[in-house]
Structures are given as C-alpha cells and as structure tokens.
Design a protein around this ligand. Structure first.
Ligand code: ADP
Length: 412
C-alpha cells in the first residue's frame, strides 16, 4: 500500500508517503507558517531529487493539503500518477486520553472522541483535527486512520499512572500519567525484539527515546508498564528546552517571586528550560553543547551532566519496577547519533552488569548496533526509531480490515 502520513501542528504540516511493501519513504516534506505567509519543502526520494523549497501563500491547512497533493501528483516531481494511488492516510494524533488504546479508523465518532480529549492537549489535538478535516475535504474517499502518541502507554497499571492528588482530580479532570512518544516506544520495542530473534513476551526492555523531546519507558513482556512523561510531555527527563521533573512547589514560588502568570511560567518550562536553560541559553542542540563543553564551557558541561544523570536514574527506577532488565535501547536524534551522550548515560549502569564495547559505541551513528559485549548481563542497542513508518504500518493494518466497508464506517 501507499500511505500518506500526516503530522499536523498548529501552523505546520509534516508529510511522508510510505510504501508499506518495501517500507520505503517515497517522498517527504513540510508545510510551514500556515496562516501566516507560507512555505513548503518537498523531496522526491524515488528519483533522489534535491529538496526544493517554495513560498506560496498557505492560508489554512486545507490549502496546505492541496499543495501537498499537487506536489505528490506532479508529472515531474510527484510519486503517484493520481490520488487514487494513495490507499490511505495515517494521522498522528498527540492525545488519545483513556479512550483510545489503539489506532482507529477515523469516523465521526472518533473525531468527536478526539475533540473530547482536546482539553488535555489544547495546542496539539485541535491542530491534528484540522489536518483530518482538511484531508477529508480534499480526498473524501480515502480511508483515514488515527494513530495516538498515548495509546501504547494505556497498558500501564494504576499504580504507575496515578498521581497522589485528591482522587476527584482523576475522576473529574482525568489528571493522570498518559505518556507520549508511544508510537516510537512501541516500534522500537517490537522491532528490536524481532531483530534479536526473541518474543517480546520474554523480554524486560527499557526504551530511551532521546531526542529534543525525550522519554523513557519500561516495556515488560511486550506491554508498557511505566513511562516518564505524564499528563503532558513536560514531565520526566531533562529535554532540549523542557525542564522535565521539578518540585511542583517551584511553580508557585517562581510565579510569586517573578510576578509571572501560570501561562508565562508554563512557556518558560516548555521552551526556555532543559539543557537550553541550564546552558544559559547557549543551545538546545547537543552538538553545540559538546563543542562548548570541550572548549571549557562549564554551563554546557553541567547541562549534559544533569541530562545524563536523569536518564540514568530513570533506567534504574525502571529496572527496579520490572525486577530486572534484559535490554536497554537508545533511540531518536541523540540516542541514535550521539556516542558521547550515550557514554555519559551508560557509565552509570555498571551495577546492572552492563558492559559496553566503547569502539562500537564510538562508531555508531544512526544505524542498528549492539553496544554491549558478550559478557554484558544486559544487552544494549542503538535502534533507530521510525515513527512515520510505524504510523503507515498501523494504518495499513487497520485499512486491511475494512474490506471495502469504509463508507459504512464513516457514517457510524
Ligand atoms: P525531535 O523529534 O524531538 O525534534 P530528534 O529525535 O529529531 O528530536 O532529535 C533532535 C536532536 O538530536 C537535536 O536537537 C540534537 O540535539 C540531537 N542530534 C541530532 N544529530 C546529532 C548528532 N549527530 N550528534 C549529536 N546530537 C545530535
């Protein structure tokens, strides 16, 4: 099948066309500054053409989708002859609340459901819905699937997802841990088990998704039992610009001392904190931080140390939660590419019996590799994630169950 994967933000739209037989990405791109002025970047990967960037006016998401479809069907630069070659659309949806525990075929009821959980992700879910509506207008006959960032974590037991707050906040406001990056944690845990020739049912795995946004999950016998992000993606690890776990009383303290509103501090905790904040706003990019650290910048050094210490503590916590760990995986931008940051993390793991081949670590950038030596008690891998492929595969799985009954489904 050829699947169009859409990841819609409030003013952006990322897309890829994926062939689920070969697992190849045929074309990809990004519409930006939607509703402001507009820009589209597009690349045909079949003909290995260079990336092209244009700046047409993009007044809304509907226009963005039309432009994407024009590019995909263009006789010169396109990857399909006409739209009927696109078998389905997979939409990344940030929050599925407690309602969505797996991907679903999109119909009216699903749209309502996504709307209902929107208060939990007020910036993201409405943008995701805009993408769904825009696609539906432009390609009404094409089946669409919603793939949720939260769904994989819905297997967490209550003892892992409950916060120790008055119970009615959970009952009335649905305040609990949800976790994010679920598509990535699911993909890496399943595909890595396959790669190892093992059944996930036999493994206790810790998946470290270390990108600009970052999270760790504990996957026991194929099911997520805990994860570091919470009600929102702000919790857990130190990230590029997000603070991760802090004492909640800090919020009131800083707001009153600095005369900030809750939304101002929320913005600071999401966009000006993490390694960016710790490095005194030097950079959120680990390449810059390592350069600065090696040139004697003490803030950059501290930022990287705080970051790695937090990852190591989560690994320790999840090893305890599962009463052991068989496999640790590093994935996403930093986990896949940054040997020095991986070393900062695994230097804490000797007590687990982790033994790393340093030369393999040094040589591994963006590809699958086993970092651990044969004597290591825990196997440690770099395993690249591919969220778009995971969305395409899930979309294919669900569309195959339709047997031509898409229209019936739409009106349910
Ligand atoms: P997200 O999807 O959350 O935006 P990514 O998983 O793409 O993040 O990770 C992006 C981050 O990965 C960059 O900000 C940078 O810190 C880090 N990164 C990417 N490539 C490298 C590299 N070669 N060496 C070190 N860090 C890298």
């Amino acid at each position: 099948m050829k699947i169009l994967v859409i990841n819609c933000g409030s003013s952006s739209l990322k897309f890829q066309v994926i062939n689920t037989v070969t697992n190849d990405c045929l074309a990809k791109g990004l519409c930006e500054r939607i509703g402001i002025d507009g820009a589209i970047t597009y690349q045909n990967l079949v003909k290995k053409l260079d990336k092209v960037k244009e700046t047409p006016a993009i007044e809304d998401h509907r226009k963005a989708i039309s432009l994407v479809l024009e590019k995909l069907t263009d006789p010169e630069t396109g990857v399909v002859k006409d739209l009927s070659e696109i078998d389905a659309v997979g939409h990344r949806i940030v929050h599925g609340g407690e309602r969505f525990t797996d991907s679903v075929i999109i119909n009216e009821e699903v749209i309502k459901g996504i709307q209902e959980v929107s208060p939990l992700a007020p910036l993201h879910n409405p943008a995701n819905l805009t993408g769904i509506r825009a696609c539906r207008e432009v390609m009404p006959k094409t089946p669409m699937v919603a793939v949720f960032d939260t769904a994989f974590h819905q297997t967490m037991p209550a003892k892992a997802f409950m916060y120790a707050l008055p119970l009615h906040y959970y009952r009335d406001l649905k305040v609990r841990r949800y976790g994010f990056h679920g598509t990535s944690h699911k993909f890496v845990s399943e595909e890595l088990a396959k790669y190892m020739g093992k059944d996930p049912q036999d493994l206790k795995m810790i998946i470290c998704h270390l990108g600009n946004g970052a999270s760790v999950s504990a996957v026991k016998y194929g099911q997520c039992i805990d994860t570091s992000m919470g009600l929102t993606p702000l919790a857990g690890l130190v990230m590029g610009t997000r603070c991760g776990d802090v004492d909640p009383a800090i919020v009131d303290y800083i707001e009153s001392r600095e005369n900030l509103t809750p939304s101002q501090l929320d913005e600071i905790m999401n966009k000006e904190s993490g390694v960016y904040g710790l490095s005194n706003k030097l950079s959120s990019d680990f390449r810059d931080l390592w350069d600065a650290r090696e040139n004697g910048d003490r803030n950059a050094a501290l930022a990287l140390d705080v970051w790695a210490y937090r990852v190591a503590k989560y690994i320790g916590a999840y090893a305890a939660a599962m009463n052991g760990v068989d496999v640790i995986a590093f994935t996403a931008g930093i986990g896949e590419n940054d040997a020095k940051s991986r070393r900062l993390v695994y230097q804490y793991l000797g007590y687990l019996g982790v033994d790393i081949d340093e030369s393999v670590n040094d040589m591994t950038h963006g590809k699958i590799a086993e970092l651990s030596t044969p004597v290591s008690r825990v196997r440690v891998f770099v395993f690249p994630t591919n969220e778009e492929l995971a969305i395409a595969k899930d979309t294919e799985r669900l569309v195959k169950t339709l047997n031509g009954s898409y229209y019936e489904n739409l009106t349910k």
